[in-house]
Design a protein around this ligand. Structure first.
Ligand SMILES: [Zn+2]
Ligand SMILES: [Zn+2]
Length: 173
């Protein structure tokens, strides 16, 4: 997800360039690659290149209710500033603001979106993912996935083990 911005760095402040993004990246570093696509607009500012755009992708997540795997669509609204480290005209090093996590443009004037996209995707992933809004979850007794229909125990409402106990209790009375 690399864009050469040498020309844009030479352009007047306020100049913009639009790019279509379509790339497969391994977001979580677990070997699973996802297609990330969308559009970004790069704007030359007085000190940086401002990147704005909307990207979407899908992540394979585990449902927090039924534990099933599902493809979760994610939309990221990207907005990041990239600071040049090398002057495009003179080739001299450019001091970069001393802020942690700042994105920079390398000495070959290449702006790499990969790390920002990775961070945005991780933020877009829900804390408690659900395969669908009304996921029925698992039967607490037998572990059956209730999205695939009812199991035997749901109709009884009581745990079969407790049913035996309550019979004994009645006898005792
Ligand atoms: Zn589910
Ligand atoms: Zn059950």
């Amino acid at each position: 997800m690399q864009i050469n911005v040498a020309q844009l760095l030479r352009a007047p402040i306020g100049s913009v360039r639009d790019y279509d993004i379509k790339q497969v990246i391994d977001i979580t570093g677990d070997g699973v690659s996802s297609l990330v696509q969308g559009q970004v607009r790069l704007m030359r500012t007085n000190r940086s290149i401002l990147v704005k755009g909307t990207l979407d992708t899908e992540a394979e997540l585990t449902c927090s209710r039924c534990l099933g795997q599902f493809e979760c669509p994610l939309v990221m609204k990207l907005e990041e500033e990239y600071y040049p480290t090398t002057d495009v005209i003179t080739g001299a090093p450019v001091p970069v603001p001393d802020e942690p996590g700042l994105f920079t443009i390398d000495e070959h004037h290449v702006l790499d979106l990969t790390e920002a996209v990775r961070q945005y995707v991780l933020l877009a992933i829900p804390m408690k993912p659900l395969c669908k809004e009304d996921c029925a979850g698992l039967c607490p007794y037998c572990g059956h996935n209730l999205n695939r229909g009812l199991c035997g125990c749901t109709s009884q409402k009581t745990d079969p083990r407790w049913a035996e106990l309550s019979k004994l209790k009645k006898k005792g009375n």
